[in-house]
Ligand binder design. Structure first.
Ligand SMILES: C[S@@+](CC[C@H](N)C(=O)[O-])C[C@H]1O[C@@H](n2cnc3c(N)ncnc32)[C@H](O)[C@@H]1O
Length: 249
């Protein structure tokens, strides 16, 4: 049975991808929805607790709005808050994001460790984007948030081979890469298999588009929901895109 957290009325919560900063609901409602989402992850043993600093998140959101060049994004305000909170709560020393486009998805994760919303010290934060021009844009965007502290690498590379040869532990792996025509999001399982050797007990894997691309992701979702490598996997339906949150056992 699929473990699922579903917000009532998620179908009606829709953003304009070209106006990512537009508010879609009262802020208190957004906070309450994500608090419930985090509680659900705590109840399933995915997160140790559900507390994150909301003022720090607000500083992060403000900085992204003021500093980032975002041509479009499907990261809704709810998803931005959920990603930030998961990172702020679990404090991954090494976070790797694959398919970061202009960098908004990267910073939604990394913003808990760099920039004005930073709440912990990471060791290494890596963003991979296969299109060089978008990798350059992401690098420029992320540079507006980064000062000292964690090593931040925004790489214009294919995430698959990079993961294949990565040595060390990845504490949080974020997947959002859209493969070539015909494959789309179905490349998630290949990417996960490339990075599997680097995941340790307690590592998290976050997969964007668990709702709108569920069909393309069916082999990926089957794997994280049934493989012995994962102790828990929850489909977080907070918007029409969704996020599968999986914990390595
Ligand atoms: C659809 S975009 C992600 C956008 C993100 N969901 C958002 O809303 O901001 C997916 C990105 O993955 C990149 N990509 C595709 N295959 C990749 C791979 N193998 N490694 C790294 N990036 C890849 C694409 O170039 C594209 O920019």
């Amino acid at each position: 049975m699929t473990e699922q957290f579903e917000v009532e009325g998620w179908q009606a919560y829709r953003m304009n991808w070209r106006r990512p900063h537009r508010s879609l609901e009262p802020l208190d409602d957004e906070i309450e929805v994500i608090d419930r989402a985090l509680d659900a992850l705590v109840a399933r043993g995915v997160l140790p607790h559900a507390h994150y600093d909301k003022a720090s998140f607000a500083a992060h959101r403000r900085a992204v709005r003021e500093r980032f060049d975002i041509p479009w994004t499907a990261i809704s305000p709810r998803m931005q808050r959920l990603l930030y909170a998961i990172n702020a709560i679990t404090e991954p020393a090494v976070m790797v994001a694959v398919g970061i486009f202009c960098g908004n998805t990267f910073i939604s994760n990394a913003g808990a460790a760099i920039g004005p919303g930073a709440v912990y010290e990471a060791e290494r934060l890596v963003g991979l984007e296969i299109r060089p021009a978008e990798a350059d844009r992401a690098r420029r965007n992320v540079a507006t948030m980064h000062r000292d502290g964690a090593t931040v690498d925004i790489l214009g590379e294919d995430g698959g081979p990079w993961l294949d040869t990565f040595q060390g532990t990845i504490d949080l792996l974020y997947l959002d890469a859209d493969g070539p025509v015909g494959r789309g999001k179905s490349i998630y399982l290949d990417l996960l298999e490339s990075g599997l050797h680097a995941l340790d007990t307690g590592s998290l894997v976050l997969a964007h588009n668990s709702v709108n691309a569920a069909h393309q992701l069916s082999d990926y979702l089957d794997f994280v929901r049934t493989s012995d490598r994962f102790v828990e996997s929850v489909n977080m339906v907070v918007d029409d895109q969704g996020l599968e949150v999986s914990k390595v056992g």
